[in-house]
Design a protein around this ligand. Structure first.
Ligand SMILES: [Zn+2]
Ligand SMILES: [Zn+2]
Ligand SMILES: [Zn+2]
Length: 1015
């Protein structure tokens, strides 16, 4: 039996010879998708068609919509977050293309940086030590390229369109040259300085870390109270202290920083007290913040205390103390960041190991030199240690030195209290070891650099960046406040890293004064060198020759120079992608320059960045800073952010929990289309749940959608739009209604202008929900079901059947385009099965979205309102039928008929649609009459005779004065269409064929068959 006959549960099986005269659905579109096998074949077809190139040709001359790809890091296979990211971008690119834009998409890869360098280090082992730098870089390049190729294959596998043959790579020679050019731009415009500064430093990886590379984890530190003895005149602080042995107490959790202790900071406005052990005039006196005195006394186990004097912190400015174990004078300094919630109110200050300390030190002219080396070993300051034996901590690693230093303090009577403290402490994001602050020579971009606005007025780099944020659309809106706060409070951007896998800060430094040579001609030559030979060239002796013989330092006149070997922060690399790609790639540059010039005629109207929400401190951030500095404006007009992919319990996906969902595995088992359907199903602005279970649900839903399309295509068999299409005015009312619904759906999805709506607002989950509902409820459960009688039994070319086919065709043509951005493979498969049309594009992806008014020319509102009421009556009728069936008053489907009576507006509504009611209630006949008082009476007295009656009296609300009776169908059952008809008769040897079927057979040219042997 043909599967279609049972598709929606209604059997259609007349006698075999009559059955052959039915027009059943027929299509080559298979029910079983076999996505894992068929998707790769379709990808191969697209490749052979050069579909991406064809799209570019087809889009020439259209307004440009530019989605600039944020480059994923090329160090592993893709995970679900990548699939979500690229899936969303593909929805944007495809929907913009179908909406009439030219939306080129050049995917990118972030290739430099520590994670790859570490992997390569592990692989090379000791060999690395003897290898020339360019060879190590070559190994890094090969490593990154391996994952560029893998990820490209995986992104293409899930149907993402783009220029995958030639993606951009931050390690490409031309990209490295542009990155360096971007750095020189900063350098030449005066944004860059070199300075000693404490930066986050990983002693394990021996590198400076950016703020973005630091994570907070719990760590146990010693928590100690240390006595610093006052060496200046105590009476100068308060007369009551004259002649007393006065100290202050500092609190620290990093004893290893005490060898670098240079000052003690007090808050100028806090109240400080001098306390002593009660009743002992010889006892030492301690200065601490008044608010913390009780706490400190308890922690240091002082006896009952007595306040000897009270004064403002300002009184302690420039007093002096003795370092607890070094031969060093410690200065009392003032600072407003001192707090009164923990500690003592007297803050140990090591300018080489803390940002606040550093700035305070600068104010007081204190030397910030660090005596902790790159590997974290402490070296004693020779100026503060004159003994022949070095101290015990000398040469030790910082964390190992802690107990040694605590012991030293105890030995000297300087330790007043101690405990262990578990607290949140910065750790390296890669190796997860605790990090330290360490003053090192670094390259910085100053956020306070003076810059000019477009109108010529003066401001700072920081301020202009904030002003540019305001001109961008942030989606969701909280992104704006988030990035504004980050820019407003961030310290200067430390752009140097002490590694090799990246773009070198290719600058010659004076041997004697360490100042860089800033020479634009020289810089241009180095950029050209990078362009030709890659960043490796900087590490070869040949590049020394770039510096002209006889060059002198502009600062000190020195003649010896060395090459800087630090590399740029990888955020700088990806942050200049607007320069290296949008401005420089021949496929994008014209559009992007138009965007920059705000020239909407030739350039991009919009430049969209769409990434995860963590990029406010990553790529969105670095891209903004580089573009504002070098071009005076934000590089984007629209920034959209996605949430995180979590499991169904809201937990992050991890190997140890085993709750990960691998998109490649899903594509191989269920289909790339299922991954895409999942991406469309989630509201990406929130955190999103994913699991095997949810993927299965998407696969189930896919089956339903596919079956709906199969049924649509099956019923288009034999329909030639050019020949058979019925004019809109001549369509049957039910068919007109479905077109109105299709127009309504289309307008929601793409807006009345075809460019807005849900696709325009990136509300893909709404497209997903609405399409599902339309396919499952409106089509499968309603329209396609009630059409069966017409589609199967009417003469194929009858007006009524052609009317339905016209509408089924228009619905399919509209839907296939509306789902194409999401169901990228299946829509193209459907496309190939649609009735041929002259000039049809070779792929659905070359087609445009439907035009709402071409689907249905009228404003659909009034028609939809009317049908809403009709369908409400239908719901009641179906329920009445159901109850009558349960009461065994009527049999199945067509064995029933309905008598409707109504008054007022319902009467005229039902009368207008009397001819259509039979079809969409699936009974053999419907009659409509005027509702009278007697009818109300019938409801209670004549139930037995009429069958089941569901009445709605004058008081029953909305459906007042509509009465529905279900009763057994009169007439006889037609052997062909199974309708109960009053006019069944013989058609040749076929018995019980209704008049409608007889004329259909005649129209089909099937003459009444004669008995065998008859002439
Ligand atoms: Zn580390
Ligand atoms: Zn110099
Ligand atoms: Zn019939």
């Amino acid at each position: 039996m043909n599967k279609f006959a049972l598709l929606n549960g209604v059997p259609m099986s007349p006698a075999p010879e009559l059955k052959a005269t039915l027009t059943l659905p027929q299509t080559a579109f298979p029910m079983k998708a076999n996505l894992p096998q068929n998707e790769p074949l379709r990808l191969a077809r697209w490749a052979s068609l050069r579909l991406y190139e064809e799209l570019r040709k087809a889009c020439q001359g259209r307004p440009v919509y530019l989605l600039h790809d944020g480059p994923p890091y090329a160090n592993g296979p893709i995970h679900l977050g990548h699939a979500l990211n690229k899936g969303l971008k593909d929805f944007v690119v495809k929907s913009k293309t179908m909406a009439g834009y030219d939306a080129p998409y050049v995917p990118g890869y972030d290739c430099h940086g520590l994670p790859i360098e570490i992997k390569v280090d592990e692989k090379l082992g000791h060999k690395k030590l003897t290898m020339p730098v360019p060879e190590v870089l070559e190994a890094c390049r090969a490593y990154a390229q391996k994952y560029v190729d893998l990820q490209t294959e995986q992104f293409e596998r899930i149907g993402c369109f783009g220029r995958w043959q030639t993606p951009y790579k931050t390690m490409a020679r031309s990209y490295e040259a542009r990155t360096l050019e971007g750095f020189y731009g900063f350098l030449e415009k005066g944004f860059v300085y070199r300075g000693l500064k404490p930066v986050y430093w990983c002693i394990h990886d021996r590198t400076a870390l950016a703020e973005a590379e630091v994570e907070y984890e719990n760590h146990t530190s010693p928590s100690i109270y240390v006595r610093y003895r006052l060496t200046s005149d105590p009476a100068a602080i308060a007369p009551a202290l004259a002649g007393r042995d006065v100290s202050t107490i500092i609190w620290t959790t990093t004893p290893w920083t005490l060898p670098a202790s240079m000052a003690v900071a007090f808050h100028p406005d806090f109240e400080y007290v001098a306390i002593e052990d009660e009743g002992d005039p010889k006892a030492p006196v301690y200065i601490v913040a008044a608010e913390l005195a009780g706490q400190v006394a308890a922690a240091c186990k002082l006896g009952p205390i007595k306040e000897l004097a009270r004064f403002k912190g300002a009184a302690l400015d420039r007093v002096t103390f003795q370092h607890p174990f070094l031969d060093r004078t410690i200065l009392g300094v003032l600072a407003t960041y001192v707090t009164a919630d923990t500690g003592t109110g007297a803050v140990h200050t090591a300018p080489s190991h803390g940002a606040d300390d550093f700035y305070t030190g600068q104010k007081y002219g204190i030397d910030p030199t660090s005596r902790v080396d790159a590997g974290g070993h402490i070296h004693v300051d020779p100026a503060a240690w004159d003994q022949s034996q070095p101290p015990a901590f000398d040469g030790m690693k910082v964390f190992a030195a802690n107990p040694v230093i605590v012991a030293m303090l105890e030995e000297r009577g300087a330790l007043l209290g101690g405990a262990q403290l578990e607290h949140s402490y910065p750790h390296c994001w890669r190796c997860h070891h605790p990090v330290i602050f360490r003053a090192t020579e670094q390259w910085f971009i100053s956020l306070e650099t003076p810059v000019k606005r477009a109108d010529g007025s003066e401001t700072t780099f920081r301020q202009l960046s904030i002003e540019e944020i305001d001109k961008v659309v942030w989606d969701p809106a909280w992104g704006k406040e988030r990035i504004t706060n980050m820019i407003a409070t961030r310290p200067d951007w430390c752009i140097s890293r002490q590694r090799i896998w990246g773009v070198p800060i290719a600058v010659f430094l004076c041997e004697s004064c360490s100042q860089p040579i800033i020479d634009t001609d020289l810089n241009r030559k180095i950029v050209d060198l990078f362009e030709r030979e890659g960043a490796e060239a900087w590490h070869l002796p040949a590049s020394d020759g770039l510096l002209a013989v006889g060059t002198k330092c502009g600062h000190c006149g020195g003649t010896g120079f060395r090459k800087e070997t630090d590399i740029l922060d990888v955020w700088f690399d990806s942050g200049v992608s607007w320069l290296a790609v949008c401005e420089s790639d021949p496929d994008l540059s014209a559009a992007y320059k138009g965007f920059e010039a705000r020239d909407g005629r030739n350039g991009a109207r919009e430049v969209l960045y769409l990434e995860g929400g963590d990029q406010h401190r990553g790529w969105f951030h670095s891209s903004l800073l580089t573009s504002v500095a070098l071009r005076g404006r934000a590089p984007y007009s629209h920034v959209a952010t996605a949430g995180w992919t979590l499991d169904e319990q809201g937990r992050a996906m991890s190997k140890s929990l085993g709750n990960g969902v691998d998109p490649v595995d899903i594509a191989n088992r269920m289909g790339g289309e299922i991954v895409r359907l999942w991406v469309a199903s989630v509201d990406f602005r929130e955190d999103m749940a994913a699991s095997e279970n949810l993927m299965q649900r998407c696969a189930e839903l896919y089956k339903k959608l596919r079956n709906t399309f199969r049924f649509l295509l099956g019923n288009l068999h034999g329909f030639d739009p050019a020949r058979d299409r019925i004019a809109e005015a001549d369509l049957l009312p039910l068919d007109r209604y479905m077109l109105a619904r299709t127009r309504e759906l289309t307008e929601k999805i793409i807006g009345p202008d075809g460019k807005t709506g849900w696709y325009g607002a990136f509300e893909f989950h709404r497209v997903y929900q609405a399409v599902n509902e339309f396919a499952i409820v409106d089509l499968s459960a309603f329209y396609l079901d009630v059409l069966k009688d017409r589609m199967y039994t009417f003469a194929p070319s009858s007006l009524a059947r052609r009317s339905a086919q016209t509408v089924l065709w228009q619905i399919t043509e509209a839907l296939v385009r509306l789902v194409a951005p999401i169901l990228t493979f299946t829509a193209d498969e459907i496309w190939e099965q649609l009735p041929p049309v002259a000039g049809r594009e070779i792929s659905v992806h070359l087609a445009r979205f439907p035009k709402a008014e071409e689907i249905f020319s009228e404003n659909p509102t009034k028609l939809l309102e009317e049908w809403k009421e009709l369908l409400m009556i239908r719901d009641h009728a179906l329920r009445t039928l159901e109850r009558a069936r349960e009461a065994k008053v009527i049999g199945k489907g067509l064995e029933a008929e309905l008598k409707l009576s109504a008054s007022g507006k319902y009467l005229s509504l039902l009368q207008r649609h009397e001819a259509d009611l039979k079809e969409f209630t699936n009974v053999s006949r419907v009659t409509v009459s005027e509702f009278s008082e007697q009818d109300a009476f019938v409801q209670t007295t004549e139930v037995a005779r009429f069958g089941f009656v569901m009445g709605f009296g004058p008081d029953s609300g909305q459906l007042s004065n509509v009465r529905i009776e279900a009763l057994p169908a009169s007439g006889a059952k037609c052997a062909r269409c199974w309708n109960f008809m009053p006019d069944t008769a013989d058609y040749g040897i076929w018995h019980d064929v209704c008049g409608r079927c007889r004329s259909a057979l005649q129209e089909m040219g099937i003459a009444p068959p004669k008995p065998e042997g008859a002439q």
